[in-house]
Design a protein around this ligand. Structure first.
Ligand code: MRU
Length: 356
């Protein structure tokens, strides 16, 4: 208790407020987005990042578009909603929560058609806030289900940031660790720094410090060593998109951890809400992988790490085959292999038959 809960993204009636994650851990600052262009920039530049956070932010961006257009009448609101969905839909390609959030807003706008500009805008604001509230409830439910997988004395390795900063609050994979900690279990977290964007070093380490959970930062290439030395009993990571067969796209480097976990006989868990499942994608090969600017590999905060002109690659995500995953922790419970069948069993009715 004590410290206030982190709110990664909040709707403020006429603006979207975000914690600027590019400034952490040095500075805890809020960006106030008053236009859709600013919301799109925040997602693209990773001021806000993490699959659930991106989905809710995009939804709030649509609410903002509707709010700004509402003085011009209902037709203008629908035009602005369509334009915002197009603009926000091309910010980042991998996390399916972005498209899920936009789809929820698009269908809400359709349901409200004819109610008048102000009513449509108000309905979209309420829908975006509802998504944020659902995200928190979902994370807490995942925490309750997943905490049972962690036992007293466990060393738990995590990659990237799947904490409160990657959602609206509480977190997905890190929420599981937090729930175990809150249940009184003695857990030590091993934090992969997560090259090249350093979400582990900058964000996960910061969150764990705030929560008072024991943790140690390691560089990504130390993971095998600490597994071989018996320090790591479980691995828990998040997901950006899960295919219907259970293949998981997550931050680059996740696949390597899953291979290492199989070699060392360490359970490999994925914590993700069902909004991260793309029911239309049969397997991981069909998941689009974001390619980011190679400068993020060759430079660190503007300082060169490599010779000038050096070519570099920067896929931001990789795909872990379902065969390497011990379980997926969702708000509907802990899903065990065969993952295709366990996922299908908890598929929300609203998503069934949505293939176009
Ligand atoms: O590029 P990022 O920082 O948006 O990538 C985030 C991740 O890969 C997370 O592990 C994933 O979104 C799950 S977060 C709850």
């Amino acid at each position: 208790m004590g410290k206030p809960e982190i709110k990664t993204v909040e709707w403020h009636g006429d603006s979207v407020w975000l914690i600027d994650q590019t400034l952490l851990p040095a500075q805890l600052a809020i960006v106030k987005c008053r236009t859709v262009v600013q919301v799109a920039h925040a997602i693209k530049s990773m001021q806000v990042r993490g699959a659930p956070a991106i989905g809710v932010t995009a939804a709030m961006g649509v609410a903002l578009a509707a709010h700004l257009a509402s003085p011009d009448g209902e037709a203008a609101v629908h035009t602005a909603v369509d334009a915002a969905c197009r603009e926000l839909g091309v910010t980042r390609p991998t996390a399916v929560n972005l498209f899920w959030g936009l789809e929820r807003m698009r269908s809400t706008a359709e349901e409200l058609r004819g109610a008048g500009g102000a009513a449509v805008a108000a309905g979209l604001a309420a829908a975006a806030e509802q998504l944020a509230a659902e995200d928190e409830a979902t994370c807490r439910a995942m925490g309750r289900h997943g905490a049972a997988l962690l036992t007293d004395g466990d060393g738990v390795l995590t990659h990237c940031n799947a904490g409160a900063l990657a959602a609206v609050t509480y977190g997905t994979a890190l929420g599981v660790v937090r729930a175990a900690h809150e249940a009184g279990r003695d857990i030590h977290v091993w934090v992969d720094e997560t090259r090249p964007f350093l979400q582990g070093a900058r964000l996960t380490a910061w969150e764990l410090q705030q929560l008072g959970i024991d943790s140690t930062l390691i560089t990504d290439n130390m993971a095998a060593h600490f597994m071989s030395q018996g320090h790591i009993q479980k691995i828990v990571v998040g997901a950006d998109r899960i295919a219907a067969n259970g293949d998981v796209a997550n931050k680059i480097g996740t696949y390597a951890l899953a291979v290492l976990a199989a070699h060392h006989g360490i359970p490999f868990y994925v914590g993700a809400p069902l909004s991260t499942v793309d029911w239309e994608v049969p397997d991981g090969a069909a998941i689009p992988i974001e390619e980011r600017d190679p400068d993020e590999v060759t430079h660190l905060r503007g300082a060169p790490l490599a010779p000038d002109g050096m070519a570099a690659a920067h896929p931001a995500f990789d795909v872990t085959p379902h065969t390497l995953i011990s379980a997926i922790i969702t708000e509907a419970g802990v899903l065990r292999p065969p993952l295709a069948a366990s996922l299908a069993a908890v598929r929300p009715a609203a998503t069934a038959g949505s293939a176009t």
